[in-house]
Design a protein around this ligand. Structure first.
Ligand SMILES: Cc1cc2nc3c(=O)[nH]c(=O)nc-3n(C[C@H](O)[C@H](O)[C@H](O)COP(=O)(O)O)c2cc1C
Length: 182
């Protein structure tokens, strides 16, 4: 079921379709216990059925990945050679001038959109989710042997709800909308 949810979430829009989002699924109870203090003892880390570390892969920016994806689309008959070459060059040129900080933002956008899709899909399927940035990134990467190739963007705890969470408010919608200037 999780694979199916992730398959659907991976249809989310992503920059140049480089498909940089990776999903590290944590279900081993020993690993969850290890992560508990790293996530400031938030109980969902051990109580949720699954914990997903939402990662961005810096290797997705590599030319061979960009070329492979657009070649696959060309081979599938989705567009002609001219558009394939245009898309490949546009993507390569777009990332060529980016700093590491820029690339981090690119990954954060793509991974966050996939995360939101996964959360909505999981909720629709009857699961409860908690989006989490409340953890020590350095310690988490060390505990799970996640190399510098990957950016950890957030955790998602997924499981069957055992009791309802507290209710929340949102700003009045008119307080967050600006028209034509801000
Ligand atoms: C980026 C991000 C990080 C979050 N980190 C945590 C977290 O570490 N622990 C937690 O319990 N909730 C976390 N949340 C959930 C928010 O606290 C929650 O969405 C917000 O308080 C509004 O509540 P609601 O979503 O239940 O309406 C996070 C949400 C986001 C978007």
């Amino acid at each position: 079921m999780l694979t199916s949810l992730i398959e659907s979430a991976s249809k989310s829009p992503n920059g140049n379709n480089i498909q940089a989002t990776r999903y590290l699924i944590i279900e081993d109870p020993a690993l969850k216990e290890l992560l508990l203090p790293i996530a400031f003892n938030q109980q969902q880390v051990v109580e949720a059925s699954t914990l997903i570390v939402m990662l961005g892969d810096y290797h997705a920016f590599n030319e061979d990945n960009i070329m492979k994806i657009h070649e696959e689309e060309f081979q599938a008959g989705y567009f002609d050679e001219a558009l394939r070459d245009f898309l490949v060059n546009a993507a390569i040129n777009y990332y060529a001038t980016k700093s590491k900080e820029d690339l981090k933002l690119e990954l954060t956008r793509d991974v966050s959109l996939a995360a939101m899709s996964l959360i909505l899909l999981a909720n629709e399927t009857g699961f409860e989710t908690i989006t989490m940035s409340g953890y020590d990134s350095t310690q988490l990467k060390k505990a799970l042997n996640i190399s510098e190739r990957y950016l950890d963007v957030m955790l998602i705890a997924i499981g069957k709800g055992i009791k309802p969470g507290h209710q929340t408010v949102r700003h009045d919608v008119n307080k967050v909308i600006y028209k034509d200037k801000i």
